[in-house]
Ligand binder design. Structure first.
Ligand code: MN
Length: 412
């Protein structure tokens, strides 16, 4: 609200409940912006912010769908007005059915309406969201109002985590760690990728996570070289590696982990050589995440780290590097994705990417080397918090990553 223009209103809508077909729907997932701002984790909820409202009670309003006995019996009770206040700290709670009337009244006091468009750098949404429908309708009904964007404000504030958020993210990472330790004793030649997935979801849910923070990748052998492999339906073979990019959510916060382990509990000499190279890049890249670092600079440095490892492994030679196209450096042949992304309420979270890094931003660090011709791919990923001074704090510092530790736990 401090960043909003004078005489302006901002509105934030919930997500729809998405249909499958017939009367089936997907489990509800709240839009992360209204959740971040209000804590309201219920469909058909609207948050309205109007810092200059003449009537003070209209500076923050939460609209919730009116609950009744029928809903209570069939779906379970929805938020009452009192519970709306308890959850959000907002004093003024109205029923959703009053929205149009209240909104009209407040819009006559306002000059500008903030719309919450999706400006995430990777968004590719084709659905018309509840937010989209609200924007369309409001533009039609209030053509004389100026419009402004909420998203840049949210990108900035959501990118820097509050202590309470870091605590929830630590819990998510700890649950992920429990899942990982559980499967180290479970994996052996002949287990299926989906059996590993089942072990993980069991451990996540029993620790009060809703489940996976994103679709899990359990990729043995060459499946690891399909970056978004989601089938998880092959048997794990003796001598292969398994790349697992899989992590728990907690209280709507994501964690994001990748580990690569040997099916039979022992890396071959070559696998270990590549593993150690990826681990070194991960450790050195992590040290670069300090206040003031620029995103573009960071990724260039990570590319340099990877280039020297690929030269040492014999995967690139000097000529490859000398003749490389700067827009498509030679290392990209074996490491084709980015090293880091913001993480938080979204796995690929909001956050500034063009201004210098700041303390309490949380990033993944996830280098990988993918070698289809050798039948394996290795990626290692932790989530780290930038500190005011010194190296980032690793939220996954307790999750085994050293090759020897993985081997000894698998053979315990
Ligand atoms: Mn990631």
């Amino acid at each position: 609200m401090a960043q909003m223009q004078p005489k302006s209103i901002a509105v934030f809508n919930s997500n729809d409940i998405y249909p499958i077909s017939a009367d089936s729907v997907l489990p509800f997932e709240q839009h992360r912006d209204i959740f971040y701002l209000s804590g309201a984790d219920q469909e058909e909820t609207i948050l309205l912010l109007f810092p200059d409202a003449i009537d003070k009670k209209h500076r923050e309003i939460l609209f919730v769908t009116e609950t009744n006995d029928h809903i209570a019996v069939w779906e379970g009770a929805k938020l009452t007005k009192e519970q709306g206040t308890e959850v959000s700290g907002i004093q003024t709670i109205y029923w959703l059915s009053d929205f149009d009337k209240v909104f009209f009244n407040l819009m006559t006091e306002a000059d500008t309406i903030y719309f919450n468009t999706n400006e995430h750098y990777r968004q590719a949404v084709v659905n018309e969201t509840r937010e989209d429908r609200f924007i369309k309708k409001t533009k039609e009904q209030y053509p004389a109002h100026k419009v402004a964007k909420s998203n840049p404000i949210l990108q900035e504030i959501r990118g820097i985590k509050e202590p309470e958020e870091l605590e929830l993210m630590q819990t998510a990472c700890n649950i992920t760690g429990k899942g990982f330790r559980r499967l180290l004793g479970f994996v052996k030649p002949g287990v299926w990728e989906h059996e590993i997935e089942a072990e993980l979801i069991h451990e996540f849910i029993r620790n009060r996570s809703k489940g996976f923070a994103y679709p899990p990748i359990i990729a043995s052998g060459n499946n690891a070289n399909v970056l978004h492999y989601l089938e998880n339906n092959k048997a794990c073979k003796d001598g292969d590696l398994i790349l697992m990019d899989v992590a728990a959510e907690y209280a709507n916060y994501s964690s994001d982990l990748t580990r690569t382990i040997p099916v039979n509990g022992k890396f071959t000499k070559r696998q270990k050589e590549v593993y150690e190279a990826v681990l070194r890049v991960k450790k050195d890249a992590t040290k670069l995440l300090v206040p003031g670092m620029l995103w573009a600079e960071y990724h260039k440095e990570c590319g340099n780290l990877m280039t020297s490892e690929l030269l040492a492994l014999g995967l690139l030679d000097k000529a490859d590097v000398q003749n490389e196209n700067p827009d498509r450096p030679a290392y990209k042949k074996y490491f084709m994705h980015g090293t880091s992304h913001h993480i938080g309420l979204n796995t690929h979270d909001y956050g500034e990417l063009k201004k210098p890094m700041q303390a309490n931003m949380v990033f993944t660090v996830e280098p990988g080397i993918y070698i289809p011709e050798e039948g394996f791919g290795i990626r290692l990923e932790d989530d780290v918090v930038i500190q005011e001074k010194g190296e980032p704090f690793n939220l996954m510092g307790n999750i085994p990553i050293e090759a020897e530790e993985i081997e000894s736990l698998m053979n315990a």
